[in-house]
Design a protein around this ligand. Structure first.
Ligand SMILES: [Zn+2]
Length: 472
């Protein structure tokens, strides 16, 4: 069983449309929101490391920043990646950390002789067998916040549970911060923000279809004080009203100038006849959700689902990045509208941009796809010179015939954790009749490497030493 979720492009968008049974969401032109791993706060300084290193978007310490974009990618900060262990060995769900320099995964429990299987364990988050929408942790302000939220509506039923606990970074001294902050019986995923005094849970949900057969999407912002014993406060709630099987959606897109950016996606007024057509004709607007006045601002930018003449549009590090049909890469400040980067003729012709891998200092890494030859590419651009510095090698093979790029599993701004190989193995299982059967499976191989080394083309990574997983 794979330990880490595969990071996908266009996560929230793809998820919402997938829930609406739309199959067109996984295209390169979908605006993706993948900025969390590299914009996680450094617990040692409280500064947003990626934004500080980018030299742009200097946000004052303590102002609103992203701490965890959501469940598809584990959060990483200060050289540690936080991930749950849900295995037979360590059931129920307990919290682990992978050291992004050594690649060693450890249970976040300092108790000697602990069996890591009961609520007294320092790594404990919640029981197994729950229909979890989110279970994990993030570092913020020198502390570790562990969170869980169930989704009885889409899972196997059960109770709607949610909670946040705060502890030391090593998992010890855990205290309940807040419980039951998820409203209305449903939770798809949660994006987490923070400032000096509060955590902000941006909750994506779609409660049961109502009596009129309408699909509904909900977006709720709950503000949770960092002081234990306080209660969550409902700051903002939005709900779609569109009928049919495609609904409007609102989702967190990032933070710029200490303000929450959201994307409102609306299907076309008239059904086009296909879900793919509806998706292409959908309109997305980028807005500020003002958490002081609790109001949704006017559109800052607007685009359609098919991307128009744009090959890529993505909010990353508080900027709106685009690659147009002429191969020009630009980045604009979404709030002021100022163009921050402008690199004409940078993007290779005939190559579909797939998404931004990361920004490290002045080096931007973007993934592309050669559809004609079914090949993946990863380019390192030097934003100062406006040139391509190098293409990074595709090193591992899927089903033994196709070179693959290492997948990004976590990024704290300085270190990367990559999936570098899928190793075929044969496993056995015992059938109901007691007969032992063999079946082909695979083990994912993960590795860590300093981001700068990887960008320089190095493949001298350190294979991760992970805790044992269940054998199926
Ligand atoms: Zn323990």
């Amino acid at each position: 069983m794979k330990r880490f979720a595969i990071p996908k492009l266009a996560l929230p968008m793809a998820l919402l449309f997938a829930l609406c049974a739309c199959t067109a969401a996984n295209s390169g032109s979908v605006p993706a929101q993948t900025d969390a791993p590299s914009s996680a706060a450094d617990p040692a300084t409280g500064e947003d490391t990626a934004q500080a290193s980018s030299g742009e978007q200097e946000v004052p310490v303590g102002s609103l920043h992203m701490v965890w974009a959501g469940s598809d990618v584990p959060s990483a900060a200060g050289g540690q990646l936080y991930e749950t262990a849900s295995t037979y060995l360590y059931d129920p769900r307990c919290l682990t950390a992978v050291d992004l320099e050594t690649g060693v995964q450890q249970m976040l429990c300092t108790k000697t002789g602990c069996t890591h299987d009961n609520p007294d364990c320092e790594a404990w988050i919640c029981e197994a067998g729950l229909s979890l929408a989110q279970c994990g942790a993030f570092a913020e302000d020198g502390k570790l916040y562990r969170v869980y939220a169930t989704d009885p509506h889409h899972g196997m039923g059960g109770a709607l549970l949610s909670g946040v606990e705060v502890s030391s970074l090593d998992g010890s001294n855990s205290t309940l911060l807040c419980e039951d902050f998820v409203p209305n019986g449903s939770c798809i995923d949660i994006t987490w923000l923070a400032d000096d005094g509060y955590l902000y849970a941006c909750i994506q949900s779609n409660p049961a279809v109502n009596e009129e057969g309408e699909t509904r999407n909900q977006f709720t912002v709950e503000r949770i004080p960092k002081t234990p014993g306080s209660t969550a406060e409902l700051l903002y709630q939005w709900q779609s009203t569109r009928a049919d099987n495609m609904a409007e959606s609102l989702q967190a897109a990032g933070v710029s100038h200490g303000q929450l950016l959201v994307m409102l996606t609306e299907p076309p007024a008239e059904h086009t006849g296909s879900l793919a057509g509806d998706y292409a004709a959908s309109t997305t607007t980028l807005r500020v959700l003002d958490l002081e006045t609790r109001t949704l601002g006017e559109p800052l930018d607007c685009w359609t689902g098919d991307g128009g003449d744009l090959s890529l549009r993505q909010i990353y590090n508080g900027l709106l990045w685009t690659i147009d049909g002429e191969g020009t890469l630009t980045a604009a400040d979404p709030i002021t509208g100022d163009t921050v980067e402008n690199c004409p003729g940078l993007w290779p012709e005939e190559m579909e941009p797939r998404g931004i891998f990361g920004l490290y200092g002045r080096r931007l890494v973007v993934d592309g796809y050669d559809r004609a030859n079914d090949l993946e590419h990863r380019y390192v651009f030097d934003l100062d010179t406006g040139t391509m510095q190098r293409e990074l090698p595709a090193t591992w093979y899927k089903e033994a015939n196709q070179p693959r790029l290492p997948s990004l599993m976590a990024d704290d701004g300085e270190h990367l954790m990559l999936k570098v190989e899928e190793r075929p193995v044969t496993r056995t299982t015992v059938g109901q009749d007691g007969v032992v059967m063999e079946y082909p499976s695979s083990d994912s191989v993960y590795a860590v490497i300093p981001a700068e080394d990887y960008l320089d083309g190095s493949e001298d990574w350190t294979t991760c030493t992970l805790l044992p997983t269940e054998e199926n």
